[in-house]
Structure formats: C-alpha cells, structure tokens
Design a binder for this molecule. Structure first.
Ligand code: ZN
Length: 274
C-alpha cells in the first residue's frame, strides 16, 4: 500500500476544534493536505456562503459536510423538525460543494432500537430524492454500540447496509469509521459488500484506545490504540475506494495543545500508522 501522505487526506475541522474555518483552511492547505470536512459548528459562525468562499479560495476539496440526521424522537413533531434540519444541511452541503453529508441515524432512551431504525429509514426515504437533486450523497455512519442508547441505532456496517436496502435509493451510501467498526465480526467482508453495492463513500481514521477517559472526547491518534488501521485500509482500497481518507479525532487532550504541533503529529501518524 502507498503511504498515506497529506495529498491523500482530508481533515475534519473538529479534529482541530480551536481553529476557525479560515484558520483550518489556511493551515491544512499550507501543510499540503488535500481536503477539508467542515463541521456545522465551524460553518455556523460565518454562514455557508462565506464558508464556501473561504474553502474555495483555499483550493481544498470537500469530501463531506458533517453532520445531519439524529432522526429518532418519540414525538412526531420533533422527528419532522429533525428531517427539516437535515434538509437545510443538504442545501448547505450543496453551497459548500461537498460531495456528501454525513448522517448519524440517532437513538433515544425509551425508543426501542427497531422502532428507531424504522424512524431513521422513514427520514432517509423522505430526504434521499432531495439530496440526489442537490448532488449531495447521504453518508450514513454507523457508530460504535456504546452510543446505541442515545446517538445511533445503527452500530455496524451490516446494519447500515440493511438500512440502505430498506431505503433503496442510490443517494444513500455509507461512511466507515475505524473507531466505530474495527471490532465488527467479518468487517472486511462487509466492506467488500459495500464496494460491490457502490455504497462505500467515506473512510474515517483515528484510533480506539483500550483505556479512555471519555466515550466521545478521548479518541486516539493513529498508532495509539488497538485498531489494525492498515488492514482496514487495505480492505477499503480492495473494495474500490479511491477517495480522500478522512482524519476525524475528538480529543480534549489534543485540543489543549498547540494545534500546529498537533497537525504535524497527525500527518506523521497517518504516514506511519495508517
Ligand atoms: Zn467518523
């Protein structure tokens, strides 16, 4: 496999959370990184039109806008509001010239998981045609089962494929994040199936540490944890994926460091451990 050099990477702005969108664009581009995945939190302060201009001027590609979904609510009005919010994000993704909008299905304590999956399927069915017309794919990202109580009822690549089958629309694709899926039995076969189905849209890297202090905000840098990242990347490339590999790391520990130093460490770790 080729080493993961900066020209093959996109970075999620949440990875360098302290930087504004303009700072992230400037520093990623200077480091030779090929793409940026803006998070809503970094677009909101300037608005989508200005964000689009900033990104365009940087020359960075935009594989994905992050993130919509969270469709699971016991209350029908709240479900409708979640669909409308995601509809607005599809329009922002179009403005940003993003290839896809990342979707987290959602989950709520008290809503049985099978009901939650039905709610997510209904919402995605309602949005897929709009996304298709906007030229934005919806990239469903399964989350690790430790988030099944309150973030996502889709916790494996297999269950993401099941939901895609249920919605049955070419605009609905899947994002594979090593943090969430590394443990899945038969992961390489699941990734191969995504490739055959033309649904393998994104590959996110970081690392899963055996011991962590926070389920959300203590992710590891590539090489710090237990994930066989090169093996998973091999499966992803064998499945036909040729897109930019996305670095996505939430870490209060790393956000507290000098972000220039942090970015340099990320690029080294991608080369050496991914
Ligand atoms: Zn991810």
């Amino acid at each position: 496999m080729q080493p993961l050099t900066p020209d093959r990477l996109a970075i999620h702005t949440m990875t360098t959370k302290p930087w504004s969108l303009a700072e992230a664009c400037e520093h990623y581009a200077t480091a030779g990184v090929a793409g940026i995945c803006p998070w809503v939190e970094h677009v909101k302060p300037v608005g989508a039109d200005e964000a689009a201009r900033i990104i365009r001027d940087s020359g960075l590609r935009v594989p994905a806008y992050v993130r919509g979904g969270f469709f699971v609510h016991a209350d029908a009005a709240e479900r409708a509001a979640a669909i409308e919010r995601t509809r607005g994000l599809i329009e922002e993704a179009r403005t940003l010239n993003a290839e896809m909008l990342v979707i987290v299905a959602g989950a709520r304590p008290g809503v049985p998981l099978d009901d939650a999956r039905a709610m997510a399927a209904d919402a995605l069915a309602a949005l897929a045609e709009h996304a298709s017309r906007a030229g934005v794919r919806l990239a469903l990202e399964p989350l690790h089962p430790m988030y099944a109580a309150d973030r996502s009822c889709i916790n494996t690549v297999r269950s993401a494929r099941d939901l895609c089958d249920r919605v049955s629309h070419p605009a609905l694709v899947v994002a594979v994040d090593v943090y969430h899926t590394w443990w899945e039995p038969g992961l390489a076969e699941q990734i191969a199936a995504l490739g055959r189905e033309q649904r393998l849209a994104a590959f996110h890297i970081c690392d899963f540490k055996a011991e962590f202090s926070d389920v959300l905000l203590d992710r590891g840098l590539m090489g710090e944890g237990v994930v066989p990242i090169p093996d998973i990347r091999r499966a992803v490339e064998n499945a036909g994926f040729t897109g930019l590999v996305e670095v996505e790391i939430f870490s209060t520990r790393y956000w507290a460091e000098d972000q220039h130093h942090w970015l340099a460490r990320i690029l080294d770790a991608a080369r050496e451990h991914a």
